[in-house]
Design a protein around this ligand. Structure first.
Ligand SMILES: [Zn+2]
Length: 265
């Protein structure tokens, strides 16, 4: 996404959020009502999370309850915010209305996203976690998973959504590595993270000496590790940072992912 596009989408979302905030939670249902957009929460089995369609001169949003999307669930809130993005971003709505794009089934997730999905995700992320309240929550707090949980609960978004937003506007250099069965699936770093080479890549194993690698999921329950100070060299080739790095991980029983956070003092 180019910076100009990003700026346009974030001003739209920040502006809208300021009009529909209940405390720190954006009231998405009120936005849909204000736009006179019918919402259909229904059972669509294992298909999409949400979908915006244009029929008989009216836009409708369909939300799939079968994938855990309800009006109040964290997943459901992200899905609705994403679909509102498709409607409120002019280019998406117009393209859909005139058949330049076909209604597509939006799915939550990190991988294989095309540009319009990235734009709707970015809109959703900004709408749910507007910049000013987000910065207030983060101000003067130590970084750790606890802070991300605070963000997740304050704004009623998933941990992953909180992490992605933190990468965008957070004031902390950190890295996140998402793995499943010890294999790296995805990673990202904050913009200001130094250029160091990693001892892993997507589809490789986690570094074998890492705390995350040694985690075994016996109980298949959500699990949060302690914060450990570990050798930088476990994760990175020699860089400009100190000789130790903090590592903390969280196992999510919902999708079996291990989310590892790495950050320097
Ligand atoms: Zn979408």
């Amino acid at each position: 996404m180019n910076p100009h596009r990003k700026k346009k989408i974030s001003s739209l979302a920040n502006f809208l959020a300021s009009d529909f905030l209940d405390g720190r939670i954006v009231n998405l249902q009120n936005i849909a009502a204000y736009e006179e957009l019918p919402l259909h929460y229904d059972h669509y089995e294992d298909t999409f999370d949400g979908m915006l369609v244009y029929v008989n001169s009216t836009f409708h949003i369909h939300i799939n309850i079968d994938k855990g999307n309800t009006a109040t669930s964290k997943r459901g809130r992200f899905t609705l915010a994403h679909e509102l993005g498709h409607y409120l971003i002019d280019e998406h709505r117009i393209a859909l209305k005139y058949g330049m794009i076909t209604p597509h089934q939006s799915k939550n997730g990190l991988l294989n996203k095309d540009l319009i999905e990235l734009e709707a995700d970015y809109f959703a992320s900004t709408l749910l976690m507007p910049e000013i309240p987000f910065r207030e929550i983060c101000a003067r707090k130590n970084f750790s998973f606890q802070l991300l949980e605070d963000i997740s609960n304050t704004f009623q978004v998933s941990i992953m959504a909180a992490i992605l937003r933190f990468i965008e506007v957070g004031s902390r250099e950190f890295m996140v590595v998402v793995s499943k069965n010890k294999m790296v699936r995805w990673y990202a770093k904050s913009n200001d993270f130094q250029k160091v080479s990693f001892k892993f890549n997507v589809t490789s194993s986690l570094p074998k000496d890492s705390m995350s690698y040694s985690f075994t999921n016996v109980m298949d329950r959500d699990y949060l590790s302690n914060i450990e100070e570990v050798d930088t060299e476990i994760w990175f080739f020699q860089g400009f940072y100190g000789s130790t790095v903090f590592e903390q991980y969280y196992y999510s029983e919902i999708n079996g992912y291990l989310i590892t956070l790495l950050w320097f003092k």
